[in-house]
Design a protein. Structure first.
Length: 588
């Protein structure tokens, strides 16, 4: 459907007004609903809500003229009516298809999303973004997007498919584009080439600049705000959230696959007089969360458990995101507002009974009443991996001496790395992996060029004792990354990923143990979500069987070479210290 709700013309304005005055029948009347009022913070007594032309015409005592033989009457006695939920920060540009997401999101009352596009831009450039958006906006829910600021995030240090300044400006012109995607504060304050022009273009267009200010504080955070950044989803403590709120940032508290920070942050915000700058966001939901309750219901439930009044919690997931992104008419149940509505049974578990989009019921008792089209445009992109198959010889690291000291990419947690060090014996003149010491070989290959050669290093903390794993689902460049205990096994896993056209593969010896194909742009699947979840479990089980003890090994794999987080990363050009943004030698 069209992401932006249609603006009523003069005739429709008159007709809606006539309905509100009780002079014309409504198209839908919801009887006996207790409206969750996001303006006053109240839950109102049971009343009737009249819908016309995709909008709320009026609410209150039912007027006789509202119902005729063509009016659909919804009996909502005892149910609560709230606005459709809006996810203000998420990443839907990789993994499951837009249709698979839409089906689960709508069933959980999530009627609108604002998604980043950096992954698909890194994988396939502007044409990839266009294909993704075409498939997304064919879905029966509202998809808005943000233009990625830099692709790749640090062009001087890494390679991927690009997105030039003019392509960025063209994305900004799309009415469904609500601004510039998250800007890493280090790239902005250090004026990485091209970032200032993109921010200026966004602000000139009257749109939002979204932020990513993990670790910034004091004068650096103030400078970040002064540059025009309007939000941050990286508050991990109450203190960080309040510091950002006081500087005028919209504070987006995340609870999803990557981080869960509501327990640390929400109690400090719940009692504030004004929380109009507060939102709850998924920042990507896990497959299990999507299939269970959708991306946002768990956030709403947890907010109430943490002491947030239900109407205020609903506003954090509806009115506040809509106002932040200028989504006029979305986010409330009130006369003249778009009838994106959710009927729920209660205000603690928020069990969804029905979902409406522009007054049309699209979900009833958990059953989707509309179709979610398959990803035709993404499927039409064709092959998006242009690198050549690997050989074991290409993974050899010549050693300058029989014993060497090397830098090691060391996992501090699932998303953060640090610089470690190790000494190794190299009797064959080659740097070996030493899985018994948790030292694995790490490879990063630019997928865009047949002439590309792999960058090589060592990683500690992944835990494999045998075998290898490879993937193209790599934040944000989507290059081919692999790690393992032996060169032949790394080759097997990596080359199988290339055969699949993208995906994740675990191998050991001469055998592929588990795989998840992602052939659409090398990062999307058209498989049903249930099958994707089964594939994820098989991959995690295979990695555990090979010695990996990480709770979420696939998240660690996706972020292992991601330059948007500190500290030591292996890009397709070699080791990089992301704090100082300088290339480093492997050997000390």
């Amino acid at each position: 459907m069209a992401a932006l709700p249609p603006i009523p013309g003069p005739a429709q304005v008159r007709e809606i007004r006539e309905v509100a005055l009780g002079r014309r029948p409504a198209q839908v009347v919801i009887r006996g609903a207790r409206v969750v009022n996001v303006f006053s913070g109240e839950v109102q007594p049971p009343q009737a809500v009249a819908l016309y032309g995709g909008r709320v015409a009026s609410l209150g005592p039912e007027l006789p003229a509202w119902v005729d033989e063509e009016t659909r009457v919804v009996q909502a006695q005892g149910l609560f009516l709230m606005p459709g939920l809006i996810d203000a920060h998420t990443h839907l540009d990789a993994g499951y298809s837009p249709g698979e997401f839409s089906a689960r999101a709508l069933a959980g009352g999530n009627t609108s999303v604002v998604t980043e596009c950096a992954m698909i831009a890194g994988a396939a450039g502007a044409r990839g973004v266009a294909a993704f958006l075409a498939d997304a906006q064919a879905q029966p829910m509202r998809w808005f997007f943000l233009a990625p600021p830099l692709v790749p995030p640090f062009p001087q240090l890494e390679g991927s498919a690009g997105l030039g300044l003019e392509e960025f400006r063209r994305l900004l012109e799309d009415p469904c584009c609500r601004g510039c995607g998250e800007v890493y504060w280090t790239s902005l304050l250090d004026s990485v080439e091209g970032i200032d022009q993109r921010l200026a273009a966004t602000l000139a267009a009257g749109k939002q600049v979204e932020g990513h200010s993990a670790g910034a504080r004091g004068e650096r955070l103030a400078a970040y705000a002064a540059a025009g950044v309007g939000s941050c989803h990286e508050s991990t403590t109450a203190g960080e959230a309040l510091e950002r709120l006081r500087l005028g940032f919209a504070v987006q508290v995340r609870q999803g696959m990557v981080r869960q920070e509501m327990d640390q942050v929400v109690p400090a915000l719940a009692g504030l007089d004004d929380t109009s700058q507060v939102m709850l966001v998924s920042d990507s939901a896990s497959l299990e969360q999507l299939m269970d309750q959708g991306p946002l219901l768990p956030l709403l439930i947890r907010a109430v458990e943490l002491g947030v009044a239900p109407a205020r919690a609903v506003a954090w997931l509806s009115l506040n995101p809509a106002r932040h992104f200028g989504l006029t008419g979305l986010g409330a149940v009130a006369p003249g507002w778009v009838a994106d509505l959710v009927l729920v049974e209660d205000l603690n578990r928020f069990r969804v009974r029905s979902v409406f989009l522009e007054g049309k019921e699209v979900v009833r008792q958990g059953r989707l009443l509309v179709e979610t089209p398959p990803p035709r445009h993404l499927a039409g992109l064709g092959p998006c991996l242009h690198c050549r198959p690997l050989t074991a010889e290409a993974l050899q690291i010549p050693a300058p001496a029989r014993r060497v000291a090397v830098r090691v990419v060391e996992l501090a947690n699932h998303t953060i790395t640090r610089e470690g060090r190790a000494e190794l014996d190299c009797p064959q003149g080659l740097v070996p992996a030493e899985p018994e010491r948790d030292l694995l070989k790490l490879m990063h290959l630019n997928r865009q060029s047949p002439q590309a050669r792999p960058a090589l290093g060592l990683v500690r903390g992944f835990g494999l004792r045998h075998g290898a794993v490879a993937t193209t689902l790599q934040w944000d460049n989507c290059n081919l990354v692999a790690l393992g205990a032996g060169d032949r096994e790394i080759c097997l896993a990596a080359n199988r990923v290339l055969e699949l056209g993208g995906g994740v593969v675990v191998a050991a010896g001469d055998e592929v143990l588990a795989e998840m194909p992602l052939p659409l742009a090398g990062i999307f699947s058209s498989l049903p979500m249930e099958e994707l979840a089964a594939r994820e479990r098989e991959l995690a089980g295979a990695l555990a069987g090979l010695g990996c003890g990480l709770e979420n090994p696939l998240l660690a794999l996706q972020t292992l070479c991601f330059t948007g987080l500190p500290f030591l990363r292996l890009t397709d050009r070699g080791l990089v210290d992301m704090r100082r943004r300088r290339e480093l030698e492997l050997f000390l």
